[in-house]
Design a binder for this molecule. Structure first.
Ligand code: BGC
Length: 460
């Protein structure tokens, strides 16, 4: 992290100042003292980087599926995200583990050390408004149900003192807020569903409510989803997204202080580092930003984006101590197709095409990408500003079905998961690049897991 300051860290300093201010405001009055104690305690309990010096919780259900695959035991001991993707997930779907089961198991795995549990909060009304594969159970207007039947029960469980020794990371609502910037009227990529969610405010309210409630639990660390470089890396999207996150983080009683950090690339495939070209390169005097692949983006890979976006977020008012997570579960792009040298300097296109690590057909492709591999193993504090590389998307779980499959989860059929689809405005009308025969999003997809193992980078 970019935290070169000696103690207290920026975040702690803020908390201490707040506590001092409260103390001074309440000086001499007995009644003011108890709020001081309870206001100061939560902040003091949090560490700057919850991943530092901690093990990660291994989800036994994912681990068993991974271990049952040929070669899967090499990664079955890795920590992955626990997705609370519907109300029923709180108690466990179809006899599976519920939230308390996971936290009890986490306490067991923790022993005497420190342990991070990674939860994904993922059930907004009108979920996944620019796609269909992960539409959810709540309709666009069901914000009250989201609050009372989803967030409140989760917050109540997390606040159980039994779990106070765990470091609980909550990644909040994947793929929601950036949609309100990029996929609304005025943009060629607009969808009616995203217009609806912008107009009714229920993404903003839901995220604000979740941050406020979950962030009130002293050992919870909220990380807001921040898309990925191939989504909000363009100038038109970056600043407005930061402002949108600020709006959500201050909605429904939440404050910027309830945000511990942000996560990028969740369940996506953007390469961590393009090793053979940089955004500052030019060929024959033409910037790589003009290549078809980069298409004027300001960032060509995830880590440079995450670090720069962190600075942007701080500049709009987030705590200077916010840390970034990068989901590296499926952005390895190893195997035989991985370029080992820059492309030919004939044109910016030959240069970028020949050298790029990210082998997708288009940076807007997101469903079960052919050729992808496991990325960097989960790791704490890998680079300045980055709290951790994480595997938030459990490798081997599908992004969406390649054909229509009836289900009771609200999931739709998105043709971006169909390998024969020729695309839409959001992927420049390119082929989807998806693997065939995929099951519903979230379900085990053995062929994809095998591909991820084969193309892992670093290799297994
Ligand atoms: C699905 C969720 C699932 C998650 C993790 C999402 O795409 O919609 O149901 O839990 O992926 O695999």
């Amino acid at each position: 992290m970019s935290r070169s300051l000696p103690t207290p860290t920026p975040r702690r300093r803020t908390a201490l100042l707040a506590a001092c201010a409260l103390l001074m405001a309440g000086a001499g009055t007995a009644t003011a003292l108890s709020p001081v104690a309870s206001a100061a305690a939560p902040a003091a309990a949090r560490v700057d980087n919850p991943y530092a010096g901690a093990k990660g919780y291994v989800n036994p259900e994912w681990s068993a599926k991974a271990a049952a695959e040929p070669g899967g035991s090499k990664v079955a001991d890795q920590p992955t995200g626990v997705w609370l993707d519907r109300i029923a997930a709180i108690n466990g779907v179809n006899g599976g583990m519920g939230l308390r089961d996971h936290l009890d198991e986490a306490l067991r795995q923790k022993g005497d050390g420190e342990l991070v549990v990674q939860l994904v909060i993922y059930n907004l009304p009108g979920r996944d408004c620019s796609a269909l594969a992960s539409n959810g159970e709540l309709g666009p207007t069901e914000i009250d149900k989201y609050k009372t039947q989803y967030i409140d029960p989760i917050a109540a469980i997390l606040a159980d003192s039994k779990y106070a020794s765990l470091r609980i990371v909550t990644t909040v609502e994947i793929d929601s807020l950036p949609n309100l910037v990029t996929n609304v009227s005025g943009r060629p990529t607009a969808t009616p569903q995203c217009d609806t969610m912008k107009a009714n405010g229920n993404y903003i309210k839901g995220v604000g409510y979740a941050l406020n409630k979950l962030g009130a639990v002293p050992n919870v660390y909220n990380y807001v989803d921040a898309g990925h470089h191939g989504w909000i890396g363009w100038d038109d999207n970056l600043g407005p997204s930061a402002e949108m996150f600020k709006q959500a983080a201050t909605a429904e009683g939440s404050t910027l202080g309830k945000v511990h950090g942000f996560i990028t690339n969740t369940a996506n495939y953007s390469a961590l580092k393009e090793e053979h070209f940089s955004v500052d390169d030019a060929v024959n005097g033409v910037s790589v930003r003009q290549s078809k692949w980069v298409d004027w983006n300001r960032y060509v890979d995830e880590q440079s984006f995450a670090q720069a976006f962190r600075d942007k977020l701080v500049s709009v008012g987030f705590d200077p101590g916010v840390g970034m997570l990068i989901d590296t579960s499926r952005n390895g792009w190893g195997g035989t197709a991985r370029p080992t040298a820059p492309g030919a300097r004939t044109s910016v296109d030959t240069y970028v095409e020949g050298g790029r690590i990210d082998r997708r057909i288009h940076v807007g492709n997101w469903c079960n990408q052919a050729g992808a591999g496991l990325g960097e193993r989960p790791k704490a504090a890998p680079a300045p500003g980055i709290d951790a590389y994480v595997w938030m998307k459990p490798p081997g779980e599908s992004d969406g079905a390649s054909k229509e499959i009836p289900n009771d989860e609200g999931k739709g059929f998105d043709r971006m998961c169909d390998p024969s689809y020729t695309g839409n405005a959001r992927n420049g009308y390119q082929m989807s690049g998806a693997l065939p025969n995929a099951p519903l999003s979230g379900q085990w997809f053995s062929a994809q897991f095998q591909e991820l193992l084969k193309n892992a980078h670093p290799a297994l």
